[in-house]
Design a protein around this ligand. Structure first.
Ligand SMILES: *Cc1c(COP(=O)(O)O)cnc(C)c1O
Length: 350
């Protein structure tokens, strides 16, 4: 740290991303990326000509992408925001709407806490229930920025849309942000509520179900007024927040919806198979609707299992928070990758 860093950032703890090791070829099941490539039409869109066009700025209004997203999801372009990864829209939302404080589960996406600290927002963390469920009643009537990932991370567990509606209804004076990063793997979207409530903000990403984590593209749905607020923050920080190539690939991705639905179905099938195998080996697995599962076994400490798998070339995500340190979060890869995982677990558990 230099002696120049502003006082308010000195004690701040930054977000720790999952490892992206370069030292050997791992089976990478630690950051919930897709094991599949983008659709062929997306790959083919990346031409030398497009790279040459990088001399021009990208479209700050992201008009084409917004129109395509609006068309696919049955909303108006004024209901759509697009961002440099969904982390950026989360960042903007905390910046824009955290004034009355924020509230989110104690075990959830680690970035919520970081953004709260970044903006000096008073954050109330509500413990998940004993069985890792979110008790929606504890988020009703807060009138603070409510932030809930549905499905939640790292548990993969969902909260029903009617409970989200209760939260939205009882917090009329502040936005409720539902992070649907994993909704395409079997969750239920609350998007239809956007037409009904002006305080609901739904965020999504191309990183997981759209095989584009490295492209950095996220989006959000909300009332036109909330979208306008987010645009104001964007135009005050980085108007060209999404590069030309990513915008183009995003448009092509939306057009290839069928391909991605197939891949999501495949991942759900592989998830079911993996859960069955792990339960057969005596693991407990939380009920997941995401492209990952959260698992533990009485036969080995969570941290030890993480290290043993890593030695054998399989990377999963382990968290040191005492409440969940016996668990590992395992991304659902291809069937072959999951077979390798199961074989390796059998090896290290004996
Ligand atoms: C991965 C993830 C995000 C952010 O993804 P981006 O790559 O920034 O789009 C947001 N929320 C949750 C819960 C995530 O797991």
């Amino acid at each position: 740290m230099s002696r120049f860093l502003n006082e308010q950032y000195r004690a701040m703890e930054a977000y720790t991303p999952g490892e992206q090791p370069r030292d050997m070829q791992y089976i990478k099941l630690n950051t919930n990326e897709s094991p599949y490539p983008p659709a062929p039409s997306v790959v083919e869109a990346m031409t030398g000509e497009q790279v040459e066009l990088l001399r021009l700025y990208s479209d700050p209004t992201a008009k084409n992408l917004k129109e395509r997203l609006a068309g696919l999801y049955g909303v108006k372009p004024e209901n759509v925001f697009v961002s440099n990864g969904s982390d950026e829209v989360l960042n903007f939302a905390f910046m824009a709407f955290g004034g009355q404080g924020a509230v989110f589960p104690d075990i959830s996406y680690g970035f919520y806490e970081v953004y709260a600290e970044l903006y000096g927002i008073n954050a109330e963390k509500i413990p998940l229930e004993e069985d890792f469920f979110v008790d929606y009643k504890k988020y009703c009537g807060k009138n603070k920025l409510v932030v809930i990932a549905n499905p939640n991370a790292p548990t993969g567990m969902t909260i029903p849309v009617w409970q989200i509606e209760e939260i939205v209804k009882t917090n009329p004076d502040s936005p409720v942000l539902i992070d649907e990063a994993y909704v395409d793997f079997g969750g239920e979207t609350c998007l239809p509520l956007v037409a009904k409530y002006d305080n609901l903000l739904v965020t999504r990403t191309f990183s997981k179900s759209r095989c584009l984590a490295g492209g950095r593209l996220g989006y959000a749905f909300a009332s036109p007024a909330i979208i306008a607020d987010l645009e104001k923050i964007k135009y005050s920080t980085n108007p060209y927040n999404i590069n030309r190539l990513t915008l183009l690939l995003g448009e092509k991705t939306v057009e290839a919806e069928g391909y991605y639905q197939e891949k999501c179905a495949e991942i759900q099938k592989t998830r079911a198979w993996t859960v069955e195998q792990l339960e057969g080996l005596g693991f407990s697995v939380l009920p997941s609707k995401a492209n990952f599962i959260f698992v533990k076994t009485d036969k080995m400490d969570g941290g030890e299992l993480y290290r043993k798998l890593k030695e054998k070339g399989i990377l999963v995500r382990h968290f040191t928070n005492p409440r969940i340190c016996q668990f590992n979060r395992v991304t659902i890869g291809t069937k072959n990758q999951m077979e390798a995982l199961i074989d390796t677990i059998k090896e290290v558990l004996v």
